[in-house]
Write a protein that binds this ligand. Structure first.
Ligand SMILES: Cc1cc2nc3c(=O)[nH]c(=O)nc-3n(C[C@H](O)[C@H](O)[C@H](O)COP(=O)(O)O)c2cc1C
Length: 317
């Protein structure tokens, strides 16, 4: 069912990936997505190597299916993080926020698959040249950090598909069977979801964050850092109002960083402060209106995709 070469490469049943999510994608969510037939990716961005080791031990206890780890290459200890992930059972390393050239050969030499997240065609080509196995093309709709080119999934994915020969996974704006079929129609061979999985029972996000997302409507997200510190999509709140106002008034990036301060995503995702913390959320948050289990999210997505395929096939007759 919807088996693509992404499934064959990663050893999974459905071409559905859990996007790496700092503070949110911990062992329970990672294992649940793998158990449901997708690929769980531990969101290791905020973890020490010791935490990665203990989280992966938990994952291995909960599933015998393949799983991976998302490692933002901006981390100075990225190499150690990769090393301990592989030693502790990850068969896939999904890198983001950095050059794919640096670690791809090393990861592949150790027998793992390398995925890399891009937001432009140029970087997708660089991934292919670096030997990356699967490129994840993430559109501007996505929750979290976005690309400066502001390419939406609908425009980005087919252009990446045209430019590279390696399989492409589509991310940004996908939460259900409609999104899966749309992504496959664009030429992607799988999907990666963040916002949908962040609001599942198994997600480690604070309940206030899950509620804020399921109660949000279309248009409730905004971009901060557009021209300075890097575009980031999150729910509009008191914090983002202050940032957007300061940006509009032309505040310098260093001053802006000072004003924002550190730890804003911890404040929301871990401590539950959805006004002063950063609630990463994609534009699709408006369609995500209940907290369900990962199994329900995956099963309903596949069931809906099947129904849509039937409807579309009938249209083509
Ligand atoms: C709460 C949250 C945290 C995220 N953290 C990370 C991260 O640590 N590393 C990363 O590469 N992407 C991160 N992302 C992006 C996701 O991995 C994924 O690509 C994106 O959410 C897909 O778009 P969607 O939100 O529309 O599903 C995050 C997204 C969310 C919603």
């Amino acid at each position: 069912m919807f088996k693509t070469e992404v499934c064959d490469l990663l050893g999974i049943q459905y071409p559905i990936l859990l996007g790496g999510m700092v503070w949110v994608g911990k062992s329970k969510l990672t294992a649940a997505v793998s158990e449901a037939g997708g690929l769980g990716l531990l969101g290791a961005g905020g973890m020490s190597t010791e935490e990665i080791v203990s989280e992966l031990a938990e994952v291995r206890q909960q599933t015998s299916k393949p799983f991976g780890v998302n490692i933002p290459l901006a981390r100075p200890d990225a190499e150690e993080m990769i090393d301990c992930s592989i030693k502790n059972g990850a068969t896939v390393i999904a890198t983001s926020a950095g050059s794919p050239k640096r670690y791809t050969a090393m990861i592949k030499d150790r027998g793992c698959q390398v995925l890399h997240v891009v937001s432009s065609v140029k970087f997708a080509v660089k991934c292919q040249e670096a030997g990356v196995d699967i490129v994840i093309a993430e559109g501007f709709e996505a929750g979290g950090h976005n690309g400066f080119d502001e390419l939406t999934t609908l425009a980005l994915v087919p252009q990446v598909v045209k430019a590279v020969d390696i399989p492409v996974v589509s991310a940004g704006g996908i939460s259900d069977g409609k999104g899966l079929i749309a992504a496959l129609a664009l030429g992607a061979r799988g999907v990666q979801m963040g916002t949908r999985f962040a609001t599942t029972v198994e997600s480690a996000a604070h309940p206030n964050v899950k509620n804020a997302i399921i109660n949000s409507q279309a248009g409730d997200t905004c971009i901060t850092g557009r021209t300075s510190i890097g575009p980031t999509r999150s729910l509009k709140n008191q914090l983002t109002s202050r940032i957007v106002q300061a940006e509009n008034e032309g505040m310098a990036p260093e001053k802006l960083m000072e004003m924002i301060g550190g730890g804003r995503s911890v404040m929301a995702c871990v401590e539950g402060d959805c006004e002063e913390g950063t609630v990463y959320c994609g534009q699709i948050g408006g369609l995500v209106d209940e907290v369900i289990s990962v199994r329900e999210a995956v099963d309903s997505m596949i069931a809906e995709a099947k129904t849509i395929m039937g409807r579309l096939s009938a249209l083509a007759e």
